[in-house]
Design a protein around this ligand. Structure first.
Ligand code: ADP
Ligand code: MG
Length: 360
């Protein structure tokens, strides 16, 4: 893993007694987000979504995303200061997502945060977007307990053994589509809107989850695979007549939830933790929360989830990860570059190599 943190000069790992103000920007993809924390208390969290701007192109266009970040960020910054009732000069540290994500988008948030840190002579913290998701179930808390974390979003599906803040080991990753990507692509096949997860979740309760026997791929691996499910639905749809939407949605949701739950529970048992955490956009899914909750109870594991507003991309989770680091005496160099494929853990590359072998 690239070294992304350094000890602050003269900083003690112990928390300081005066409350610290931290401002974070998240611009890794198509959402411009800003948040301000006073210690671990959230003062403000603003998100400007660009869904409408990209919808007409049928996907995220990097150039459109970065232009919109340039437009939204200064406005959000001004509004955040006003709503938090603070002056930007009072902020003690500035943070931004430095990867993974779109290079031209990451650059906007990171450049603003670095500029502010340099201008005001304050620390800068470069935060991994996935670390933001992974720590979000602990939002507002002072201690990160060892756990097995499932991050399931539009771009990533990953289980991680979390020993402590900054001490992560990848257990499994998707070899193809992410869980959220599968929801989105299948929703598109069904003629439903974007994002697809909430759309499928809306229809699923009216359907029979056992009507279609859809694939649960790679049952014996710690990695995940969802593209076979999408293909199965693609071939299934032309054979169907009549009213099938709710049954397909229920069966798709069941297939995705089944895999996420069983692999996460297996990983928790294998790593001998007593806590499971779930985060990322897909963790908003009520059936996933219900099934994961039941499985955890059955296996005597505690389950921690982030509040739904913290599950999809936001600045608050980046601010929280940054504050946790800052208060452990860590910061980043302002020369720290953004990295579109930023590693989360030492074994990130090994996990990628494994992923290539498995998908070969
Ligand atoms: P990313 O950071 O990769 O853009 P997010 O964490 O913002 O992803 O999550 C967005 C993804 O979460 C989308 O793929 C969306 O379909 C999925 N999602 C959001 N809500 C739900 C839900 N209720 N059920 C299933 N998937 C959901
Ligand atoms: Mg995300």
């Amino acid at each position: 893993m690239r070294k992304s943190s350094q000890r602050l000069n003269n900083a003690s790992p112990a928390r300081t007694s005066t409350p610290q103000l931290l401002l974070a920007l998240e611009t890794s993809c198509d959402e411009t987000a800003i948040a301000v924390l006073r210690d671990r208390e959230l003062l403000v969290s603003e998100v400007a979504s660009q869904i409408a701007e990209h919808a007409k192109f049928g996907g995220v266009v990097p150039e459109v995303a970065s232009r919109n970040h340039l437009l939204h960020a200064p406005r959000l910054l001004e509004r955040a200061m006003r709503d938090a009732k603070i002056d930007i000069a009072q902020v003690d540290a500035f943070a931004a997502t430095s990867g993974p994500g779109l290079a031209s988008s990451l650059m906007i948030g990171a450049s603003i945060a670095k500029g502010l840190a340099i201008g005001f002579g304050k620390p800068y913290l470069a935060i991994n977007h996935l670390e933001g998701h992974l720590l979000s179930p602990f939002f507002g808390e002072a201690e990160i307990k060892p756990n097995v974390s499932l991050v399931a979003s539009g771009g990533h599906t990953m289980s991680t053994f979390v020993r402590n803040i900054g001490d992560y080991e990848i257990i499994g990753r998707t070899v193809d589509d992410a869980a959220g990507e599968a929801f989105d692509k299948i929703a598109k096949l069904l003629g439903l809107g974007y994002p697809g997860g909430p759309e499928i979740e809306k229809h699923a309760p009216n359907g029979d989850p056992s009507r279609f026997d859809l694939p649960r791929s790679m049952p014996d691996s710690e990695n995940f695979s969802f593209s076979g499910l999408k293909t199965a639905v693609r071939y299934l749809l032309p054979t169907l007549r009549g009213d099938f939407l709710a049954d397909v949605c229920a069966s798709v949701q069941a297939a995705i939830v089944d895999v996420l739950v069983s692999k996460t529970i297996d990983a928790a048992k294998q790593h001998d933790v007593d806590l499971v955490t779930i985060s990322g956009g897909v963790s908003c899914n009520r059936e996933l929360r219900k099934q994961m909750g039941e499985a955890c109870r059955h296996h005597r594991l505690e389950l921690k989830t982030a509040d739904p507003w913290l599950c999809t991309d936001n600045g608050a989770m980046i601010a929280f990860a940054a504050m946790s680091k800052l208060q452990s005496g860590l910061s980043s160099r302002v020369t720290e570059e953004i990295d579109p494929s930023l590693a989360l853990a030492e074994n990130w590359r090994t996990a990628s190599a494994e992923r290539r072998r498995n998908s070969a």
